[in-house]
Design a protein around this ligand. Structure first.
Ligand SMILES: O=C(O)CCC(=O)C(=O)O
Length: 301
């Protein structure tokens, strides 16, 4: 048996038994540094007009969507042979990468993202818990605000949010906490109970890649928000893909495509206000540069 086969098997067994498993050294340090730089660049400003940046829909996180467009390393971890093999054993042969995003969590004492299992599929139409796995990957050293997972709680109950009073002493004794340097990675079954620990004492950058079978019906809210849209990709990073890689990235997969989707803004008045303000800037620039041109022509005569 090759080393690769042995470690894939043990990764699978730990994922199956505990719901979570650490993976080390997925990406060489130099490539990690490129990923950190590209991610950091997106965190420079809020996405706006033709300026790329982060999205913000809650107070404590800056979201970086579609990370596979940013740098080769994000595609490489998503399709890492160890990850693919372990997922093949755990999810079967029809899984795809359904979402690829990351975020910066901002320092806070608040437990803003408490204990939960990830709600994603339509619980009204399924009487079993379909499998979903996330690959988490830290881009900063994590000494606080680490990911925490209660071992052995996966596939026990339909995923939902939990009150802290529902978490017993026995469950707390099974918490695995993932502190570690940038580059720390782990796979977890998203039905298990998990959270980001509080307090968060320094900003934490991390990406979470989400794998499941695209034929599973998803919950209404995620259909409305078009959360699991086909992946946005960057042609520069797609050299040398195998047929399996293309399937995982969802090439030609139209099951969840919504060509006319337009997300409704929750803050529509603010959006309209900023649109007007932006128009004012553009007109001011337009008339300003015409006036400057006129003055220059007068003096150049
Ligand atoms: O940010 C974290 O550490 C928690 C992530 C999480 O809860 C999730 O991806 O569902």
């Amino acid at each position: 048996m090759s080393t690769m086969t042995t470690s894939v098997e043990s990764i699978y067994q730990e994922l199956d038994a505990q719901g979570v498993v650490r993976l080390d050294g997925l990406i060489p340090p130099r490539q990690l540094a490129e990923m950190q730089r590209a991610f950091e660049a997106r965190l420079g400003q809020l996405r706006w007009s033709n300026v790329d940046g982060f999205e913000k829909t809650e107070p404590y996180r800056h979201m970086v969507s579609d990370v596979l467009t940013l740098e080769q390393g994000f595609v490489d971890i998503a399709l890492h042979p160890l990850v693919k093999e372990a997922l093949h054993l755990y999810l079967g042969d029809a899984y795809i990468l359904a979402e690829a995003k990351g975020w910066r969590s901002l320092p806070t004492k608040k437990d803003f993202h408490g204990w939960h299992g990830d709600a994603w599929y339509c619980q009204k139409s399924l009487d079993y818990i379909p499998r979903e796995v996330k690959l988490a990957y830290y881009l900063t050293d994590v000494r606080s605000g680490a990911f925490q997972y209660i071992r052995g709680t996966h596939r026990q109950q339909p995923p939902r949010e939990f009150e802290s009073t529902e978490i017993s002493q026995d469950m707390l004794s099974r918490v695995a906490e993932f502190k570690g340097p940038a580059g720390t990675a782990f796979l977890f079954d998203t039905s298990g109970i998990h959270r980001q620990a509080a307090p968060i004492l320094e900003p934490r950058n991390a990406v979470f890649l989400n794998y499941h079978d695209p034929s599973v019906p998803i919950q209404d809210e995620s259909v409305r928000s078009y959360r699991y849209h086909p992946l946005l990709l960057n042609a520069a990073f797609l050299g040398g893909l195998s047929t399996e890689d293309e399937r995982i990235l969802g090439f030609g997969e139209k099951a969840r495509l919504q060509t006319c989707h337009c997300r409704k803004s929750r803050y529509d008045r603010s959006r309209r206000f900023y649109e007007r303000l932006h128009d004012l800037n553009l007109w001011a620039d337009h008339y300003g540069s015409r006036a400057v041109g006129k003055i220059k022509r007068i003096f150049n005569r």
